[in-house]
Design a protein around this ligand. Structure first.
Ligand SMILES: *[C@@H]1O[C@H](CO)[C@@H](O)[C@H](O)[C@H]1NC(C)=O
Ligand SMILES: *[C@@H]1O[C@H](CO)[C@@H](O)[C@H](O)[C@H]1NC(C)=O
Length: 249
């Protein structure tokens, strides 16, 4: 609605400019002024670049990506299902507008024993292994476009986390030895503790997993829409020009 209003105002502004500029020479300007912001080249040629930038482009382009975060634990069936059937396929389509953050910890607990964090996980010790494998992968690989296919593979696997990682590493290019080293190191222990802190800092406190936030906000409606139609949720939240993948929703 605001975009339409702003566009009308802009057309008015451009018409005024056109009326004033009696000598519009460039050929690209021999089109109705409402088209002058259609490309940067036309706008430059028509001398309205700054006006277009101020009034229209900033509304529609260079928008910030949508922040979407998933708090999960490696072996919970609903997390596995959400990641493999909704989040990963959606991310493949909408990564250009999404700043995705994965926080593998979930309903775990931690206590400090002899300067090392000891984790207790809802689905047993193996889940803690899966969480720290994911955490170390995120820290070591850094690029989500590289590590998410691997983490998705882990969640799709019915193997225990370590053999799953060994198998998934044959399909996706991650430094497996470095990751497995990390999982037993003090560094990995600290990394997982950071995931605990981020999870415990949630407001409101999470009461289940998977637990999502959209631009830092959690509500039951957001959670429900994320689980039923995540592409729509992300496309609606994105303020820039929608990518093609948004148009078929
Ligand atoms: C992406 O999300 C992380 C936190 O999850 C944040 O630190 C970072 O600033 C975000 N990046 C952008 C471009 O918003
Ligand atoms: C893993 O740890 C072992 C023993 O500490 C070390 O020899 C090896 O170089 C490490 N590998 C990688 C890839 O970090």
């Amino acid at each position: 609605m605001t975009t339409i209003m702003d566009r009308r105002q802009l057309v008015l502004l451009l018409s005024t400019l056109a009326a004033l500029q009696v000598c519009v020479t460039a050929s690209a300007c021999n089109i109705p002024s409402r088209f002058w912001c259609d490309s940067k080249e036309i706008a430059l040629e028509c001398g309205v670049y700054d006006q277009c930038k101020k009034n229209e482009w900033t509304l529609n382009q260079d928008a910030a990506p949508v922040n979407f975060a998933l708090y999960y634990e490696s072996l919970c069936p609903y997390c596995k299902n959400f990641i493999t059937t909704m989040l990963y396929p959606t991310y493949l389509k909408l990564s250009s507008i999404t700043n995705l953050t994965l926080i593998p910890y979930g309903n775990a607990d931690e206590t400090l024993v002899n300067n090392r964090w000891q984790f207790t996980c809802q689905h047993g010790a193996q889940e803690c292994v899966g969480n720290i494998i994911a955490t170390c992968t995120i820290a070591i690989v850094k690029n989500i476009d590289v590590y998410f296919p691997f983490l998705n593979c882990l969640e799709a696997s019915n193997l225990q986390p370590t053999p799953a990682a060994q198998q998934c590493a044959t399909q996706f290019n991650v430094p497996l030895n470095e990751i497995l080293n990390c999982t037993t190191s003090d560094y990995g222990n600290q990394l997982e503790h950071q995931m605990a802190l981020r999870t415990d800092a949630l407001v409101p406190t999470h009461t289940y997993v998977p637990w999502v936030t959209l631009n830092g906000v959690h509500s039951e409606a957001i959670q429900s829409e994320a689980q039923s139609n995540l592409p729509k949720l992300l496309c609606d939240a994105y303020k820039g020009v929608k990518p093609a993948a948004c148009s078929s929703l």
